[in-house]
Each structure stands twice: as structure tokens, then as C-alpha cells.
Design a binder for this molecule. Structure first.
Ligand code: PMP
Length: 292
């Protein structure tokens, strides 16, 4: 089955899925996106992703030319056309073609793109043994510049983190905010566990309002772990009993080492493992089914 890409109301091949070099998404990172998972024909947390997309659009005054209901329909249709039951979906809305100036009024027509792909994720071994990570010097965007709550196409900040992670030979890194508090990973939220209590930075510390993050907080409350959204530092990460990242692609992945400090037993700890198990129970239930 050849891959089918949704582009502004049309279903086209990968080769034909092209946009103008004058698109402000390309020229300036002016646009928004979502990364969504499909599990056994279920678009996991579909509404939450679309809500975040439309909130990001409102915040940057980008008019998405179709309603949220229509967006859900084309999402379902694009997945069906790709005949995949499991995969990763990238939904992009760019400001659209304009001229070389910044003024978004010259880009009156947004581009909508939906890409459905097979997923390449961490090997199962990584969920058991955990990841090695480092903290990096690149700081999270501040909320009064580019607010981290906006899932914008401007990911240069995160790419610089990824470059630092690559140079250190690790797959994910920890980013601080400009006050020195832990914000998140390059593209994942972070949690730490100390004496049975689960901590994650509040969004005002520079964390994206991650959908997996919210799901984990809910699971913790349901299964009886105390969760605190409060600022913490690298010291707290170093001395935590367990550390893990959450994200649509990564799900719940343990961290075994941070800046050469071994975390806990140096592998996925019991609470992380429990949370991953509970999370995976939800993924093909909570969402929108493509065949209903
Ligand atoms: N932070 C950033 C910067 C991200 O790009 C993402 C998405 N991969 C996350 C956190 C995790 O968010 P979610 O659980 O909604 O995928």
C-alpha cells in the first residue's frame, strides 16, 4: 500500500506532497503541529490533540480553514486511506504561502498537511534498561517570547538540544529554563520520583502541556500515587529514585543515567514500569476509532 498524504483537501502521493518555498512555515517556522499515535485503529487522545492544535492556532492568530470536526474527519479518512492500524500521524498547519516579508496578512491561506507513517520507536529493551541522558546548556524558550505551550513549527530550540544530545552520544537530553529549573526533554516531558511521590515541572517552568504527561498524571491519581507539579532542579533529578520521560512517540521511558549519575538501580524502576503498563492499557481505548 503506497503512502497517501493529505494536502489541503486532496489525497496525494509522497512525491506530489509539496508546498511552496514561499510558505511561511518553511521561511519562518510560522505554523503549528501535532504528533499523534494510532494504536490498533484508535487515534489515541484525538480530541486532546485537536484541542491543543486549535488552541495553538488561536494563540498565534492562524486561521485553520476547516473546523475541528472536519479536521477529525479528514484525519480518520487519511488514516483509512493508508490502511494502517498502528502508526504515527503528523498534522501540520502552516501559515501558508506569502512573500518574503514577515507580515502574516500576506499569507491568507494556511496549508494543512497530514502524514501517516509507520512508527519507529525505542526498542523494547530501552523501556526495561532506561536511557542515558545529559543536561544541556540550551535553555527552554521563555513564556513571554515564544510560549512553550504553543506547539509551533519553530523547534530550533529543541533541535539545538538534540544536537547537544547527539554530541554527548545520548538519545534524549534534559533542558532547563532560564531560572535553572528543569523544564523538559528535547521533545518529551520529564517526571521524577522520590520516596514514592511523582513530580513533574509545572507548565510555567517551560514544559509543553504534553498529552502523555496529562495521561500519566491522571493514571497516578487513579492508581494512588501522589503527584506534585512543582519546580525542581538538576540536583533533584540526580538524587531521584526514578526518572522518566513521556511523549506521544516515547510513551513512558525510563532514564537510567543523567550527567554520569546513575538513577536508582540503573534501570526502569517499579513505579515507572507500573505507569507504563497502566498507560498501555489505555492506548487502544481512549480516543477515536477509525472504523466506527
Ligand atoms: N515537549 C515537547 C517539546 C514536545 O515536542 C512533545 C511532543 N513530542 C512533548 C513534550 C510531549 O508531548 P505529548 O505527550 O503531547 O506528545
Amino acid at each position: 500500500m503506497a503512502q497517501v498524504i493529505y494536502l489541503n483537501g486532496k489525497y496525494v502521493s509522497k512525491e506530489d506532497a509539496t508546498v511552496s518555498v514561499y510558505d511561511h512555515g518553511f521561511l519562518y517556522g510560522d505554523g503549528i503541529f501535532e504528533g499523534i499515535r494510532l494504536y490498533n485503529g484508535n487515534i489515541f487522545k484525538c480530541k486532546e490533540h485537536l484541542d491543543r492544535l486549535y488552541d495553538s492556532a488561536k494563540s498565534i492568530m492562524l486561521e485553520i480553514p476547516i473546523s475541528q470536526e472536519e479536521m477529525q474527519q479528514v484525519l480518520v479518512e487519511t488514516i483509512r486511506k493508508n490502511e494502517l492500524a498502528n502508526g504515527y500521524i503528523r498534522l501540520v498547519v502552516s501559515r501558508g504561502p506569502g512573500d518574503l516579508g514577515l507580515d502574516p496578512r500576506r499569507s491568507p491561506k494556511a496549508n494543512i498537511i497530514i502524514i501517516v507513517e509507520q512508527l519507529s520507536i525505542y526498542p523494547e529493551e530501552a523501556y526495561i534498561n532506561g536511557l542515558k541522558t545529559v543536561s544541556v546548556s540550551t535553555r527552554r524558550n521563555v513564556p513571554d517570547a515564544l510560549n512553550p505551550k504553543i506547539k509551533s513549527l519553530n523547534y530550533l530550540n529543541n533541535i539545538l538540544v538534540k544536537i547537544q544530545a547527539n554530541l554527548a552520544g545520548v538519545g534524549e537530553a534534559i533542558m532547563l529554563n532560564s531560572q535553572g529549573y528543569v523544564a523538559e526533554g528535547s521533545s518529551d516531558n520529564i517526571f521524577i520520583i522520590k520516596r514514592g511521590v511523582v513530580f513533574t515541572p509545572p507548565c510555567y517552568c517551560g514544559a509543553l502541556e504534553g498529552i502523555t504527561r496529562a495521561a500519566i498524571i491522571e493514571i497516578c491519581e487513579k492508581v494512588g500515587y501522589k503527584v506534585k507539579e512543582e519546580p525542581f532542579t538538576l540536583h533533584d533529578v540526580y538524587v531521584a529514585d526514578e526518572v522518566f520521560f513521556t511523549g506521544t512517540a516515547a510513551e513512558v521511558i525510563a532514564v537510567r543515567e543523567v550527567d554520569a549519575r546513575t538513577i536508582g538501580e540503573g534501570k526502569a524502576g517499579p513505579i515507572t514500569t507500573h505507569l507504563l503498563k497502566e498507560f498501555r492499557k489505555l492506548v487502544d481505548i481512549d480516543g477515536v476509532k477509525i472504523n466506527e
